[in-house]
Design a protein around this ligand. Sequence first.
Ligand code: NAD
Length: 429
Amino acid sequence: MTSDTKPASKNETATAHKSMFDAVLARLDVAAKLLGLSEDIAEILRHPQKEVKVSLPIVMDNGKIQVFEGYRTVHSTAIGPSKGGIRYAMDVNDDEVRALSAWMTFKCAIAALPYGGAKGGIKCDPRKMSVGELERLTKAYTTALVDIFGVNKDIPAPDMGTGKREMAWLLTTYSNIVGEHTPGVVTGKPITLGGSRGREAATGRGVMIATLEAMKKTGMDRKTATAAVQGFGNVGSHAVRLLHSKGIKILAISDHTAAFWNEKGIDVLAATKYAESNKGVLKGFTGGTEISNDQLITSKVDVLVPAAIQDVITEANAPRIQAKIIVEGANGPTSAEADKILNEKGILVVPDVLANGGGVTVSYLEWVQNKSGLYWSEEEVNTRADQSMGTAFESVWYNAQQYKTSMRIGSYITALKKLEKAIKYKGVY
Ligand code: NAD
């Protein structure tokens, strides 16, 4: 962190909370206080607009019925229709979806997109389910939520455990029910069904842009810089590839099966090819020494990119973190307690609501293409998305400086300013 952007002082740092949504609120409160946000507006944003929980009975391949829990939370439509991914994971629950939906509200506002925020999920382990079971589950979820979703109402997208395949199932189910092909109801679709070029790599690309911007601010030379990236899924694998393409040496990579370290630099192409041939996982990769995920987080690198799951940077490992810049590819990788420690250590944290906004930005561009029926080249998409990320980074940096706070609180302030205006213009009755 440069002297321009000071670490947050004690009273500017949110306190620890067990609930993920409480942690969001704690940070919102800190930003609201610094900004002088009206208590009425803060109160509105403390409450998600709509929360739905559905039970999804599915015939499993063994002929037995299993009932899954599905969720969708619309946090805010103050700025526009709600936007947010769908997550398939065993730890999905109402609190997590609520927190992720609020982050989407802030993320879209920071990226200056005409969207509110939402999130959804199904409590399931997609790795243990067959393709047929996942298809039936996705179609049941879409059917249950067909009144929530809509091109100008609520637009889902992929998140952890889902991708273009699930988005295609969602699109076809929704279109069949409403009786017309409706590509704009979901983003992150296959290109042949109206998906956007550049969407698949978009979140990782945004992480790369955010990293380069943070390096510029801290005077770090990317040609000599090193990085460790946790997670080798959609966000992590593209972040690794794109950071490497900018000359940054990737010393460590990992997924849920293994983590690897190579002092000379991981052969990124070899790792990608290996994972592709190994059911998408890194276990057994021979291009580095096997380390633990905790060793990756605390490894001696310039840039750390957590791009897997939440709560991986905690008060237990934050004091040992050696990176100078942390770019949050994942949502919620840093606990509130860890935030405080990182601030005190002077580590520049580019927060999730800014750093992983590249995905929703290209989702927006996909939606615009679906609405207009005019489709752009990958270059056009990337140029627009890169510009948008750069602008979002600058506005968060500006607010962090202006309010003498961290980039995390600066990002909330950036969002709150826009949300306050939108809510006031519209009026509350
Ligand atoms: P993904 O399912 O494609 O990949 C997740 C990766 O994390 C996999 O490599 C998995 O092995 C790894 N992982 C899981 N548990 C782990 C553990 N305990 N330790 C180390 N690695 C572990 O998911 P994704 O889409 O890449 O999402 C990753 C994160 O980025 C999530 O927090 C998600 O909310 C966030 N995100 C995703 C997008 C997007 O466009 N996909 C956009 C914004 C934010």
